[in-house]
Design a protein around this ligand. Structure first.
Ligand SMILES: [Cu+2]
Length: 513
């Protein structure tokens, strides 16, 4: 189906109002509901699942240190929108199809509120997963200003629940951020980038099986999903009318598997000011931004002196990164359009300050433990690709068990052809470097034979991160301080089709004594 680009204005999700708020704490209730929503002018309305019945969900804004409580209520129908593969762990036939659990991605959250994949619940909490602990989650927001996001994390069907629409922004604000005088609302806009395919009737299309299904299982998990259209904030190829001034955009790749390599056709720079987890030390001007699923960047785009111009945000990341086909310049190569056609309402006094934050590199001398964790491709019993972490499955005993307060270096040894965005819950980390190694030699001897020098993290990733791209044939090293909570969390690939099918592992932060 061919959809015309730039027919719909960019929607901006509303900011959610708390149920009540006192000096001590804030309480929100969010219902997950099925509704119909227009995702493009020429498409019939699409059935989606949304937090508060909208896709993307409302933006949540909190202050650093604010104690916030959430009730995430599942008010969804009993039937899922998409085909469920019951051979996938945790999604067996006897388990209810429609179950949800919310994870605040990038949040420093206690285990009971972190949205553990087996802590799912059905409507009215009638049936609950084995790890379910409480209805009211707490987020204490002991983190500096940054863009987190909330999304579903239910075991075995996360890819389907997020595809249905269950994702939204969660912004932490602080004094420091306000003192930096960035463009603020309405000149600060979150952009959720995703890809989707549609049936003629406007319904979302999620494949029932891979293109070449050798397993005979239907429905069958696919190894990655790539949609035919690009959506921003839930609209296919939208446009945004802007004034000739600076804007701040909070970009989030919320796609199931697609990477985005972003640039502006005006050849302008993005002034990147932040990463997944707060500000960079200083802003950097870049022509291209690479974003894997779940990664965020905080950027300023300056439309000053561009009156009357049209600026297209483009994507050049191969579909199935990095080895897949190039994007189609007419479809998946296009993200959205900026139209500099509004008159300047007030003088733009915002700045891009030369210095943003003190980050400081974590010294390797403080490291208690080095772990080598292979990202490998195997075959399942039906002959389908099976991507594993450390050659272990979700149900295998916990092997990563850092002590609270300790710092570790995790080496992600990628022996297969995909670039996997690895996300570790609870913590933020710094990327040390990436280094190519001899994959075949490693596979036969388990020894590492480097084939080139280490390359330090790209300037665009030299801040705190919670998701790291691990390219094929390289060892990606991150340094991680584990605190402040003890308990059971997860780490996983954030390509949702991988995460759902075993590329996810529990880990435990142990007490010191
Ligand atoms: Cu992966």
């Amino acid at each position: 189906m061919k959809l015309t680009k730039f027919t719909d204005p960019l929607p901006i999700p509303p900011v959610l109002k708390p149920k009540w708020k006192s000096k001590e704490y804030t309480y929100y209730e969010v219902g997950m509901r099925e509704t119909k929503q227009s995702l493009h002018r020429d498409l019939p309305k699409t059935t989606i699942w949304g937090y508060e019945g909208i896709y993307p969900g409302p933006t949540i804004e909190v202050e650093k240190g604010e104690k916030v409580f959430f009730k995430w209520a599942n008010d969804l129908p009993a039937r899922h929108l998409f085909p469920i593969d019951h051979t996938v762990h945790g999604a067996e036939k006897e388990i209810p199809d429609v179950r949800t659990v919310v994870h605040l991605h990038g949040g420093r959250t206690e285990p009971a509120s972190d949205g553990y994949p087996d802590a799912w619940f059905t409507k009215d909490y009638k049936i609950k997963g084995a790890f379910f602990q409480k209805q009211i989650y707490q987020y204490f927001n002991q983190q500096s200003a940054r863009a987190l996001w909330y999304h579903d994390h239910a075991i075995g069907i996360t890819r389907l629940n997020i595809y249905a629409g269950l994702a939204g922004f969660y912004l932490i604000r602080d004094e420091k951020e306000r003192s930096l005088n960035f463009p603020s609302r309405p000149y600060e806009i979150p952009l959720l980038l995703q890809d989707r395919s549609f049936h003629e009737d406007g319904s979302l299309l999620y494949p029932e099986q891979p293109d070449k299904n050798y397993s005979g299982i239907v429905p069958s998990i696919i190894s990655s999903f790539f949609g035919e259209t690009i959506l921003v904030n839930g609209k296919v190829w939208p446009y945004l009318e802007v004034e000739p001034r600076k804007y701040r955009f909070r970009l989030l790749n919320g796609a199931n598997s697609r990477f985005f390599g972003l640039s502006l056709d005006s050849k302008q720079l993005f002034y990147q000011i932040g990463t997944d987890s707060g500000f960079l030390e200083q802003p950097i001007g870049v022509k291209r931004l690479l974003l894997a699923p779940a990664e965020r960047v905080d950027v300023i785009i300056d439309f000053t002196n561009l009156e009357g111009k049209l600026v297209t945000l483009k994507n050049d990341a191969p579909t199935h990164f990095p080895i897949g086909d190039p994007v189609d310049p007419e479809t998946t190569g296009v993200v959205m359009q900026f139209r500099v056609n509004k008159t300047l309402s007030t003088i733009d006094t915002t700045v891009i300050p030369p210095h943003l934050d003190l980050i400081g590199r974590l010294p390797e001398q403080t490291v208690w433990k080095y772990r080598f964790l292979e990202l490998s491709e195997e075959k399942d019993q039906y002959g389908r690709p099976l991507l594993l972490l450390d050659k272990k499955k979700w149900d295998d005993p916990v092997t990563e068990n850092p002590i609270v307060g300790s710092t570790e270096v995790w080496n992600f040894v990628n022996t297969n052809g995909d670039d996997h965005p690895i996300h570790v819950h609870l913590v933020q980390f710094q990327i040390i470097d990436r280094r190519p190694f001899d994959v075949e030699y490693f596979k036969s001897t388990n020894q590492i034979n480097f084939t080139g020098p280490p390359v330090s993290a790209d300037p665009t990733e030299r801040g705190w991160k919670d998701t790291v791209r691990c390219p094929p044939g390289q060892i990606t090293r991150v340094i991680i301080p584990f605190f402040p909570y003890t308990g059971q969390y997860v780490w996983h690939c954030h390509m949702l089709e991988h995460e759902d099918y075993e590329m996810m592992r529990p880990y435990i932060v142990r007490p010191l004594y």
